[in-house]
Design a protein around this ligand. Structure first.
Ligand code: UD1
Ligand code: UDP
Length: 373
């Protein structure tokens, strides 16, 4: 029986891999186990608990304020030990572009284990943006044996880099599988939100802008510009609320709390559980973010997205007109958001439902392919 190990470590990988891991656990003919690196802790456990998934292995590597070398070295040794001492699979499945993804692929390569790359072929073409994710993706594509690419653009990116066409499988993005899975369970906000005003904003039909941000290349000046823009927008638009679940990275927590904590219509809250975040997206006026996953989810919920980055590896929704890049630039963020508040025609154009990233069948396509190998 073929032995497959799924490995993830951060919130977005978990969200996009849980449905696959659950279905692989149920697949007869495949011997499947799950390893989490614990690159994230609380934000990873939120997803595991929500989807009721217990890992077989947990490297538990997170340290507060870790840097890229900490994460990379701890995962490389952890995965080496796992393959050597506990369980050596025939294939590991990794996701996307995180340090968990790249380092696990490298450890597998060193140990003679095949690699399947889920969400393969995304590119900005700029190694500094997003950093270090673009490098991670490019490097994993060199190592991987199977490339599960979400869109035609992603397939083409891989072909352009000389990847063997027979090893590329177009699947759609598993994020849509997760979104559909969780959408069936969306009734109301969880009881954990009772102490926040988010449920009240929704029940009273108040307009709010949902914000997330965490990219490394925005640390320092970028985050100061982002926070100053939010502050000006909040003061200029007192009838709008700004709901910001703040990422646990200290490089984010510090500037955001320092610059935004005393504004009446800005609500800084803890990272939301996935189903609460999806509900928050469904009811918001627009999304302001530098996230990758949110750029895929919000268009399929019909929400305009302003992306606080200079580049995106997800051009499909930009082309469709539901996503716009504003950079981590104070003036551009202010004019982007204010334009969508003031100009209803423009706003309505950006609220088209658009779903270029998949049909919810990505997980089945991946499992069908693996079962035939
Ligand atoms: C990582 C990924 C990034 C991904 C992001 C998703 C890399 C290089 N970066 O960035 O690609 O988009 O996750 O959110 O792989 N922390 C906690 N608890 C948590 C999670 C994080 O306290 O549950 C704090 C810790 O102090 C930790 C820090 O955040 O040291 C940074 O975490 P890390 O995974 O290194 O980087 P992210 O910025 O989260
Ligand atoms: N998300 C969440 N709670 C939050 C903020 C985001 O569950 O408070 C989800 C969001 O729906 C998306 C994913 O987390 O699926 C995005 O994670 P993140 O922005 O941390 O990483 P990226 O996608 O940029 O790698």
């Amino acid at each position: 029986m073929k032995k497959i190990l799924t490995v993830f470590g951060t919130r977005p990988e978990a969200i996009k891999m849980v449905v696959l891991a659950k279905k692989l656990n149920q697949s007869s003919g495949l011997d499947h186990k799950l390893c989490v690196t614990g690159q994230h802790r609380e934000m990873l456990d939120q997803v595991l608990n929500l989807f009721d998934l217990q890992p077989d292995f947990d490297l538990n590597i997170m340290q507060h304020g870790q840097d890229l070398s900490d994460v990379t070295s701890r995962i490389l040794i952890g995965m080496r030990n796992l393959f050597r001492d506990e369980w050596k699979p025939d294939l590991v499945l990794v996701h996307g572009d995180t340090s968990t993804c790249f380092t696990t692929a490298l450890a597998a390569f060193y140990s003679g284990v095949k690699v399947g790359h889920v969400e393969a072929g995304l590119r900005t073409g700029n190694m500094q943006s997003p950093f270090p994710e673009e490098a991670n993706r490019v490097l994993v594509s060199k190592i991987a044996n199977y490339h599960f690419a979400p869109t035609d653009t992603n397939v083409q990116n891989l072909l352009d880099e000389g990847v063997d066409p027979k090893s590329i499988i177009k699947t759609g993005n598993t994020v849509i599988d997760s979104l559909l899975y969780i959408s069936k369970k969306l009734i109301s906000f969880s009881s954990k939100l009772e102490r926040t005003t988010l449920p009240k904003l929704v029940s009273e039909n108040k307009k709010y802008i949902l914000i997330t941000g965490h990219r490394r290349e925005n640390f320092g000046d970028g985050f100061i510009q982002i926070c100053e823009a939010i502050k000006e927008l909040a003061l200029a638009n007192p009838h709008f609320y700004f709901v910001y679940p703040v990422h646990l990275n200290p490089n984010v927590q510090k500037p955001v709390n320092r610059l935004l904590k005393d504004l009446d219509n800005v609500q800084l809250i803890e990272p939301l559980e996935y189903q609460d975040f999806v509900l928050a997206m469904k009811h918001c006026y627009l999304v302001l973010t530098d996230s990758g996953g949110v750029q895929e989810e919000a268009p399929s919920l019909g929400k305009p997205v302003l992306v606080m980055r200079d580049t995106t590896e997800r051009p499909e929704a930009v082309t469709a007109g539901t996503v716009q890049l504003v950079g981590a630039n104070k003036e551009n963020i202010i004019s982007g958001v204010q334009g969508l508040i003031d100009n209803q025609t423009f706003y309505n154009k950006m609220t088209k439902l658009h779903n270029p990233y998949g049909d919810g069948k990505a997980v089945n396509k991946i499992i069908d392919y693996l079962s035939k190998q």
